[in-house]
Write a protein that binds this ligand. Sequence first.
Ligand code: TMP
Ligand code: ASP
Length: 234
Amino acid sequence: MQKLQSIYEGKAKVLYTTEDDGLLIQYFKDDATAFNAQKKGTIHQKGIMNNRIAAKIFEYLSAQGIPTHFVKTLSDREMLVKKVSIVPVEVIVRNRAAGSLCRFLGLAEGTALACPTLEFCYKNDALGDPLINEYHIRALNLATEGEIKEISGMALSINEHLKNFFLKLNIELIDFKLEFGRYNGQIILADEISPDTCRLWEVGTGNKLDKDRFRRDLGNIEQAYQEVLRRVIQ
Ligand code: TMP
Ligand code: ASP
């Protein structure tokens, strides 16, 4: 499968058309951004590590009955994916308070949440991906009520599967971001799941194994991604 034309370039990935209308190539870059791209950098070999980590996670979720856009790995930095129409809503699932939730609600980092918590953000860089609720989603026709229900159910189910997946690797899943797409009238999981899009804390030490090392200049960024990859493929 050959890359034909770049149709979308995001902060960390590029999407290319292929000779098959229904399939795209998702290419993973080393570029890293934070705080709506106010902070920019690169993480050496991040694209290679995230491509492998995301593939493993998609395969695992698929085996648990979650439909995803992943088809197969093509190369170090490329995976073949189904061409979806992205729902312009980022879905954040949280198990403990961290990041923006701490600022928003004045919580100490790591505070346990009494139940897994869902948040929706409008996928709009110009507005800085603002937090929205289900009424905004319907009012702006971003998704139907049925689609919101479907997406919410899938996000919570993915959380349960991923918590187990990571716990077996001695990693606690603190929070993560998902994107969904429409494909043949069905909602499926799209984008990526990787240390770019999750907060992953080592059980026992609390060591951060995710993009917070870049966001907060904590050092040993590549090593953290490498460690997640090592555990995920073991
Ligand atoms: P937040 O605490 O900054 O809102 O982030 C929550 C989770 O979502 C965290 O695991 C990082 C992830 N995330 C992304 O993947 N992309 C983004 O643009 C943002 C803001 C967060
Ligand atoms: N990738 C996002 C950005 O640059 C934010 C983040 O992951 O912190 O906007």
